[in-house]
Design a protein around this ligand. Structure first.
Ligand SMILES: C[S@@+](CC[C@H](N)C(=O)[O-])C[C@H]1O[C@@H](n2cnc3c(N)ncnc32)[C@H](O)[C@@H]1O
Length: 260
């Protein structure tokens, strides 16, 4: 009881946008696998006190069909080694849908990095459920922190970005990648979905663009995403049947910027 005699509310508050009254609708992915990755939370509701909060776009989970299509494209791009040599890193992991999907593949390791602690906590719970159901093939975990400060491990890495932040953070992330992979040409690939900051990547020396184009959602994902976005409280995000995507390889500054 508090001093007014009422029961103390120990329930955690939902982030804005995650209540049914605010248009929250579950994606078939969640219904099928018993996890919680649906919903749309505007970037302004995800503040943590970090200086990069104001560059946060929003929380929204990747369409599984777009994720799969980008992985197929990446695997046919002649990566530096077999998939089990690669660490997959989702920069801006949200509730972890891309981490869950990646963990089904035989990556060496899968890491999610999420700035917002509530989302990171949900992602960890999803991952625990996923593991308990025997769906995770790769060792996987979720860190709470800033993507631009992430220290990439040794060995080849795939960085996955589903439009997590604006240009300022993207520039800092690319600077950090360039330093970390300076002597590791070919060891970093970037999969960028809903590539709003494409111009920033195009200006980064040392990156070769291997693909840029529209990747279609499956019919089921298109219907589900359309329904979720049609119900959003403030109507500020648009939905299309495809995502603009790109795929980059770090070829090193000595090789210069190669436009393909
Ligand atoms: C569009 S969601 C993508 C979620 C997930 N990657 C997926 O594909 O399902 C982008 C996420 O990036 C997170 N984010 C934004 N800025 C970040 C930063 N500087 N560091 C880490 N995460 C960040 C947001 O909180 C949000 O959860």
């Amino acid at each position: 009881m508090n001093k007014n005699g009422s029961a103390i509310d120990t329930k955690r508050r939902l982030l804005p946008g995650l209540k049914v009254a605010e248009g929250y609708t579950r994606h078939p992915f969640d219904l099928e696998f018993g996890v919680r990755t649906s919903g749309l939370v505007a970037g302004r509701h995800l503040a943590t006190g970090h200086r990069h909060d104001r560059h946060n776009t929003a929380y929204y989970a990747i369409a599984p069909s777009v994720f799969q299509a980008m992985i197929v494209r990446w695997r046919s791009s002649h990566p530096a080694g077999p998939i089990d040599a690669y660490t997959f890193v989702d920069l801006g992991a949200g509730m972890g849908r891309a981490v869950l999907l990646a963990s089904q593949l035989p990556f060496r390791r899968v890491v999610g990095v999420e700035l917002n602690p509530t989302l990171a906590r949900i992602a960890r719970r999803n991952l625990a459920l996923w593991r308990a159901a025997g769906r995770a093939a790769a060792p996987s975990h979720v860190l709470c922190g800033d993507a631009a400060a992430f220290r990439f491990p040794p060995g080849p890495c795939v960085a996955f970005l589903f439009n997590p932040f604006g240009a300022a953070v993207m520039r800092r992330l690319l600077q950090s990648m360039a330093a970390r992979f300076a002597a590791r040409a070919g060891e970093l690939d970037i999969l960028y979905v809903n590539n709003e900051q494409e111009a920033v990547l195009r200006r980064q020396p040392g990156l070769a663009r291997l693909f840029a184009g529209q990747v279609k959602r499956s019919r089921d994902d298109a219907i589900a995403d359309h329904r979720i976005l049609a119900n959003q409280p403030d109507g500020e995000y648009a939905s299309a049947n495809y995502e603009d995507c790109s795929l980059y390889r770090w070829i090193g500054v000595a090789a210069g910027t190669k436009r393909i």
